[in-house]
Design a protein around this ligand. Sequence first.
Ligand SMILES: [Fe+2]
Length: 251
Amino acid sequence: MGSPGRSALEARLPTIRAELGIDAVVANGENVADGVGITPRLADRLLAAGVDAITLGNHAFRRSEIAVYLESSERVVRPANTSTLTPGRGSTVVTAANGARLAVVNVLGSLFLHPATSMFEIVDELVEEATAATPLVVVDVHAEATSEKAALARWLDGRVTAVVGTHTHVQTSDARMLGKGTAFITDAGMTGPHESVIGVEADLAIRRMRTGMPVRFATAQGDVRIEGAVIDCDEVSGKATSIEAFRVFVS
Ligand SMILES: [Fe+2]
């Protein structure tokens, strides 16, 4: 979320990777450009900070300059169920630090987010393609409704390594292994300022909600945290063995 989130990752991610022995990092980057969207420059900065793949969401195309970048990027994906006329791809395969290949799939839930196609109509084919390339598959389900995320995770249990929810900016306390070897958390949370209304300066969010008038939002600054989930998995079977929610207090 905004420059506080990006700065926190740039400062801390190399150490976190080393301390926890992390082989691959997937980050949702759709709010990195002042809270809405992503630019090529900011995508490159996240990748340089130690992120291996970036997923997006309902704000994927808010910055027009990202369109050409998405067409050629092999490390930044937008939701697979946006219109077929949008630029970019909905899945990719990256190489982890230990040499394993990790497929990253990004889908958008329906409630409030209006994807061109239901994620349930396209996800089976995406997972089939991904598992043809590698047994390690992580799905970022970018969705408002906890029920949609849980239903997708249960539908994919045993077929993917992990289903990780994003979009609400609030980390859920339900990280768990499902019965057939898929790790799941409803929402990985927010890397950004928590002294806020989901990353936005509280006064501005409150004013817009109280008055119904347009208010230009600004990213908050206080109580910056890095949030996410750490997943252990078996690179031969593609099954996860554990998942833990992750939180670091930065400033
Ligand atoms: Fe979102």
